[in-house]
Structures are given as structure tokens and as C-alpha cells.
Design a protein around this ligand. Structure first.
Ligand code: GDP
Ligand code: MN
Length: 366
């Protein structure tokens, strides 16, 4: 009996490399990867997300999945995800210096802040690893060795679901339409996680006005109407309205994050210590960069990709799109589509970026 079991157990090598041959890779692929930072114990949620994205999109394309972790992935994780992917998979270990608290942060002060934030019930307020994760996702994911070769990434998290067939390659859509950042949901950040973030951003704007795009989406993230002729008046004391793109879903241009402007922005923010003394999320940090450093025409709302990451869900509203893209929208989503939720910033997004969109669409003059 023992002998039989041993015989049945496949050799590790052929198992890891796929018992079933992978489909021939698609010659029309963009230079892009699907990217997931995650932990070994999240495997079942990882497989759920993979299953959903493979069925709805990647089974027709076979893009490479790139997994990143601050500790090595287990054999079990590698075997299961290799089998679930329709394309190649690769696994990267994040170098300690890209993950850990940087030397310019005072660890004693940080420990006090963790206790203080925890006591004030700030979400993930007492967590050191969550801070490392947000700092990494803000400044280091695009620099990882396995990611360097790519131009575009599609960020995926464990336990998410896509409700509709893509019926298009979102990477190609970005490239052909000169877009650099795509999102599905936009909402308000918890104010108590980022008390001094906007001060740091204002300092950066004053130090580096040359990096702020003259046709930026500044108005989307601030409450102030623009004064003068320019969109941005740096001397003006503006305030952040907490609007951000929900970064558990992102499809974007890695070269934006590798730009001198973003590098300088991230370095400025990181050196204030705010990621660690407070609890700055990568979502507001990415979003503010996107809103200030990009041309607003480079931002894209993927309105047809139904999507959920707890606790919110969104689905297309058009019945013909729901049928045509074979969407299975949850009941919760039909009744409480996030786009019209009071915390959704989509109406504000359309107020500022929609006018430009309509102008371009109808080829009208300003
Ligand atoms: P939430 O969505 O803000 O509630 O936070 P998550 O727990 O989903 O974390 C965001 C992403 O970072 C997910 O893809 C997680 O798998 C990943 N993540 C969070 N903390 C860690 C960590 O300590 N190590 C690793 N490797 N991944 C992490
Ligand atoms: Mn998550």
C-alpha cells in the first residue's frame, strides 16, 4: 500500500511545471503582468481571485502572474497557484530593505505611535506589517526584479471577484488610449489614518511645482476651486477631501511610478515618517500622485468591470452590458451599487474628468 502511494505521488519537478501543458502563449500580449503581493496563509483567497480573473479575462490571454512576498512562498503555495494559472507564474522575495522600516524613521517613536493609533481605534492602527505593506506598495512594487521587465501591471488581492467578462485586454486599452492609471471604485479615506499627509503633499508641491501637471486632476482631490488661470496655485493652502482610487484594483503604467516625478514625491513623503508614525495607505498616496502628476486624460475609469473587494461591490448599470458581458452581479451589488453609495467619489470624478471626456468624445472646442 505504501509503495502504491509513493508511486502515485508525482515527481516534484513535473508537478511544479504543470502536469497539464499550458496553452501556447498569446503572441499579441502587451508587456504586462498580473501582480499579487500576498502571504502563504492567504492561499485559498488567492486561488479564489485567480479562478475569477482567469475565467473572466486571463484564460483568453495567458498573461504571467507575478507573486511577491516578504517571506519565501511555500511549495504548496507555488504548486497550487501554478496549476490555477493559465499562463506562466513567477515568485519573488521582496528584499528586506524594500520592506522594513527605513533607517530615517525613529523606531521608538514609531512604537509609541502604534500604541496610540491602536488605542484610538484607527483601522490597522497598531499593525507594523500593514505599515510595511503600504510603504512597499507605495514605493517599491514597481522596482522589484521580477517586475522591472514590464510596462503595465494589474494589481490583484486575495478574496476579490470580477463579475463580468472582460471581452478586451485592459493593458492594450491603456496603451492604445494613452492611459496610465485605471480604477473601478473611488471612495473617501479614513481621515485619522493620514493626519499630516496633505501637509507633506503641499510641501512637495511647493518644492517641486515643475512636477505638477498643468492639466492635472487637482480639483478631484481638493475642496478648493482653482483660482487664477492655472488649475493649480501652489502657494494656496488647499485641503485634501479624502477622495482616492481604491488600490486593491489597479491597472497601471509602471513607468509612471518609475518617473523622476513619482520617485521624488514618494521619497519626500517617506522621509517625513508619515507612513510609519501615522498609517498612510498606498491608496491615497497613489491617488494623490495620479491626480497631481498625470494629465487628467491619462486616468481611466473601468466602468464595465464588475468587481468586489469586501465590503464594497460595483456592477455595470446598463442591462445590455450586464447581459452582453455575462455579468453575475450579486444581489447586494444590484441594490447597493457602490457607485451611488454616499462614500463613492465617482460623481465628483465625473464632475471634473467627465467634462473633458465629453469634450473629447464629441470633438467640441473648450
Ligand atoms: P486591506 O485590503 O486594506 O484590508 O488589506 P489586506 O490585508 O488585503 O492587504 C493588502 C494586500 O497586501 C493584500 O494583497 C495582502 O495579501 C497583502 N499583504 C498585507 N500584509 C502583508 C504582509 O505582511 N506580507 C505580505 N507578503 N503581503 C501582505
Ligand atoms: Mn484586501
Amino acid at each position: 500500500n505504501r509503495l502504491q502511494l509513493a508511486k502515485l505521488k508525482p515527481a516534484t519537478n513535473s508537478y511544479v511545471h504543470g502536469v497539464f501543458p499550458k496553452p501556447v502563449s498569446n503572441p499579441k500580449l502587451e508587456n504586462a503582468t498580473i501582480l499579487m503581493l500576498c502571504r502563504n496563509w492567504e492561499l485559498s483567497g488567492v486561488l479564489k481571485s485567480m479562478r475569477s480573473l482567469e475565467d473572466r479575462f486571463n484564460k483568453d490571454y495567458h498573461y504571467t502572474w507575478t507573486f511577491l512576498n516578504d517571506v519565501p512562498f511555500t511549495d504548496k503555495f507555488i504548486e497550487a497557484t501554478t496549476q490555477m494559472a493559465s499562463g506562466p507564474t513567477q515568485y519573488g522575495l521582496v528584499p528586506a530593505e524594500d520592506w522594513n522600516v527605513p533607517a530615517y524613521v525613529n523606531e521608538t517613536k514609531m512604537d509609541e505611535c502604534l500604541i496610540d493609533f491602536e488605542n484610538r481605534d484607527v483601522i490597522y492602527g497598531g499593525s507594523r506589517s500593514y505599515r510595511n505593506m503600504c510603504h512597499f506598495n507605495s514605493g517599491f512594487f514597481f522596482k522589484q526584479e521580477l517586475v522591472q521587465q514590464y510596462d503595465y501591471y494589474f494589481r490583484v488581492e486575495p478574496e476579490v471577484e470580477y463579475f463580468c467578462d472582460f471581452q478586451m485586454d485592459p493593458f492594450r486599452l491603456l496603451r492604445e488610449n494613452k492611459k496610465k492609471y485605471g480604477f473601478v471604485m473611488t471612495l473617501l479615506e479614513y481621515e485619522n489614518t493620514i493626519p499630516s499627509l496633505w501637509n507633506a503633499v503641499e510641501d512637495f508641491m511647493n518644492l517641486h511645482p515643475e512636477y505638477i501637471h498643468p492639466d492635472s486632476l487637482f480639483d478631484f482631490v481638493t475642496n478648493d476651486e482653482p483660482i487664477g488661470t492655472g488649475r493649480l496655485v501652489v502657494e494656496h493652502n488647499s485641503s485634501y477631501n479624502l477622495a482616492h482610487f481604491w488600490s486593491n484594483f489597479e491597472i497601471g503604467d509602471l513607468n509612471f511610478f518609475r518617473s523622476e516625478a513619482y520617485e521624488s514625491y514618494f521619497d519626500h513623503l517617506s522621509r517625513t515618517g508619515g507612513f510609519h508614525y501615522e498609517r498612510w495607505g498606498d491608496a491615497p498616496v497613489h491617488s494623490i500622485a495620479v491626480a497631481l502628476l498625470m494629465n487628467q486624460s491619462e486616468i481611466h475609469h473601468f466602468e464595465d468591470i464588475g468587481y468586489t473587494h469586501a465590503p464594497f461591490a460595483t456592477c455595470p448599470t446598463s442591462q445590455s452590458i450586464i447581459y452582453g458581458k455575462r455579468c453575475v452581479c450579486s444581489e447586494a451589488c444590484k441594490e447597493d451599487n457602490f457607485n451611488v453609495h454616499p462614500h463613492s467619489c465617482l460623481p465628483r470624478y465625473w464632475k471634473y474628468n467627465g467634462k473633458r471626456f465629453l469634450r473629447e468624445y464629441y470633438h467640441e472646442e473648450d
